[in-house]
Design a protein. Structure first.
Length: 339
């Protein structure tokens, strides 16, 4: 089959493209920048997802479209969230219909739920609490309406926060503080059940779901509280760090103010949700025969070990994907000095 992966230079799009290529599929990626490690057999198309003419040309002759282009919370993109994550998704779906592809896979986000009653599942209301989540939900709904009207089979994937080798973003700050023996902090006491997903587990579920149109919420089935995950990671690292609780209301208010002033790397998705339990009902995936290989602890440890092994290189280079590059600590640097 011939696959087009939009956003194929980002952390997740790159993983999808390489997994398909390794299985012998023909793969093209569409992105605004090219990954230097792109295999030569994967064709790169430089294109902004909002450029309808070029997107339409890229999709000609494709069998399956994997739509991964999105501005992520760390981008703090304001109105651009809507332009890329909604308008861009609409253009991708309309172009796919026009090209006569056989299926469309849309990468959504757990942010569409906001702070749900857990376990979040098929019947859980969607109430995003910040701009990124609202844009992702609007984009998902736009794609669904277009595909439904055209009879185009659609798979929607909503992953929990993704970890794995090479995954940085906001985790770079956590890993660096633990490596240096600094205290790390939770909003509230951190004793809330909190689920992550490892990148390869997500890919395994993704490949199963590709052939089964529907909506899939994906996370590990082995997790505990956020505090436990941090404490176990500290133990694995042999670090002097300790987990400290911050008062919920005061901390959220402070982070919100710092965010508005451009003094914090944390986005609303982080400080408005990471003090609430969040985990998925995985029964729909289990019915497909999927089981997670990684627990929260295992994926955090793997990601941390990769970070430490590549620490010197990471300080010297900057990948362009927000989830593949270090993040500036900004005013959190001051908190770090007292930790």
């Amino acid at each position: 089959m011939k696959h087009l992966v939009t956003g194929g230079s980002g952390f997740l799009g790159r993983a999808i493209a390489q997994e398909l290529w390794q299985r012998g599929e023909t793969v093209k990626i569409l992105d605004v920048w090219c990954d230097a490690d792109l295999p030569p057999d994967i064709e790169y198309i430089e294109c902004d997802i909002r450029d309808r003419d070029r997107v339409e040309r890229a999709m000609r002759g494709m069998d399956l479209v994997h739509h991964n282009v999105a501005l992520v919370p760390l981008a703090k993109a304001g109105r651009q969230f809507w332009s890329v994550n909604v308008d861009g998704a609409r253009i991708a779906a309309e172009a796919a219909v026009g090209a006569g592809v056989s299926g469309f896979v849309h990468m959504s986000s757990s942010a569409v739920f906001g702070n749900p009653v857990c376990p979040a599942g098929e019947a859980t209301p969607l109430h995003p609490v910040e701009i990124y989540g609202r844009a992702k939900l609007a984009g998902e709904r736009a794609v669904r309406a277009i595909c439904t009207a055209a009879g185009l089979p659609l798979v929607v994937v909503r992953p929990r926060t993704i970890l794995g080798s090479g995954r940085l973003g906001i985790f770079q700050i956590l890993f660096e503080w633990i490596r240096e023996g600094r205290n790390v902090y939770t909003i509230g006491d951190g004793r809330i059940d909190f689920q992550f997903v490892q990148a390869q587990d997500l890919l395994d579920a993704y490949l199963l779901a590709m052939a089964q149109p529907g909506t899939y919420n994906i996370g590990t089935d082995r997790y505990g509280t956020l505090r436990q995950a941090l404490e176990h990671l500290i133990g694995h690292a042999g670090s002097r760090s300790r987990v400290k609780a911050l008062p919920t209301g005061l901390t959220i208010g402070t982070l919100r103010a710092l965010d508005v002033l451009g003094l914090s790397p944390l986005a609303p998705w982080h400080y408005l949700t990471y003090h609430k339990p969040f985990y998925f009902d995985l029964e729909p995936l289990h019915r497909l025969g999927w089981r997670a290989r990684y627990s929260n602890d295992e994926m955090l440890q793997e990601s941390y070990d990769w970070f430490c092994a590549h620490y010197e290189r990471l300080q010297a280079e900057k990948a362009r994907s927000p989830h593949r590059r270090p993040v500036k600590e900004k005013l959190l640097w001051l908190l770090k000095q007292f930790s």
